[in-house]
Design a protein around this ligand. Structure first.
Ligand code: ATP
Length: 220
């Protein structure tokens, strides 16, 4: 499915919700932007496909907006945790297939996962973890959680592995992690040959269980 064919709804147009709307729209996706506050909706009207003022913690509103027709609904309501939880519950009850929710803390995450949230995002915590990993190790460019405990990392090849076959890289040398691609300059080689000699600066795109991947990267 192309980005243009996907229908998204974003509920709550704070900094987080609004930046989602901007990025999704820029990439050609259909976005319905919703907020209880008219000022936020007016700002989003220039960005999103459609922008409406609505209180999504109300069952009739969820039905009226036909949110169950959307591929993914993001609940980006922040401070009002009651509204955040109630909206999530109503969306799941209405049969929305995929509901992602922004959460504040661990107890909030627990409730959201009990009521069926499909993905729980803690932007400040997730960004903090990502930046700390970057600060500690310049060799790990990117580390992202894909869900279900699986993560993806971009790792740069250093002098220690120069000239060795890819099969000898610690991330390729494990049953649980897998090298999906190798980037060399502008070129990207998908499912690279394990006999290929590594060069300094090559970037490996690796996937695997988050704990195994973190541990392997720590030992690089
Ligand atoms: P950010 O960090 O993204 O700026 P935040 O975490 O401070 O945001 P809030 O500003 O509390 O979150 O909430 C985000 C938006 O959600 C607000 O614009 C608010 O008006 C909206 N909102 C709150 N309750 C509802 C509701 N019941 N239905 C729709 N939108 C709502």
């Amino acid at each position: 499915m192309n980005a243009e064919d996907k229908q998204f709804a974003v509920i709550g147009l704070g900094r987080f919700g609004m930046s989602l709307c901007e990025e999704l729209s820029e990439r050609g996706a259909q976005v319905l932007a919703i907020d209880i506050n008219e000022i936020c909706v007016r700002q989003a009207a220039d960005i999103a496909t459609q922008a409406v003022v609505a209180d999504c913690s109300n069952e009739a509103t969820i039905a009226e907006l036909k949110l169950d027709d959307y591929d993914l609904v993001m609940v980006a309501i922040g401070d009002d945790i009651n509204a955040n939880i109630l909206t999530t519950l109503l969306l799941k009850d209405a049969g929305v297939k995929t509901v992602w929710v922004k959460a504040k803390d661990t107890p909030h995450c627990k409730i959201l996962s009990k009521i069926g949230a499909d993905k729980i995002i803690r932007p400040e915590r997730d960004m903090g973890i990502r930046i700390a990993r970057n600060m500690l190790d310049k060799r790990v460019f990117e580390f992202s959680e894909l869900g279900s405990g699986i993560s993806l990392a971009e790792v740069v090849v250093t002098a220690r592995n120069m000239g060795k076959p890819l099969s000898q890289h610690p991330c390729a040398n494990s049953d649980e992690t897998q090298v999906l691609a190798l980037k060399r300059g502008p070129e990207v080689r998908k499912a690279p040959d394990m006999d290929m000699e590594m060069q300094v600066g090559d970037i490996l795109i690796i996937t695997g269980p988050e704990d195994v991947l973190s541990e392997t990267l720590r030992k690089l």
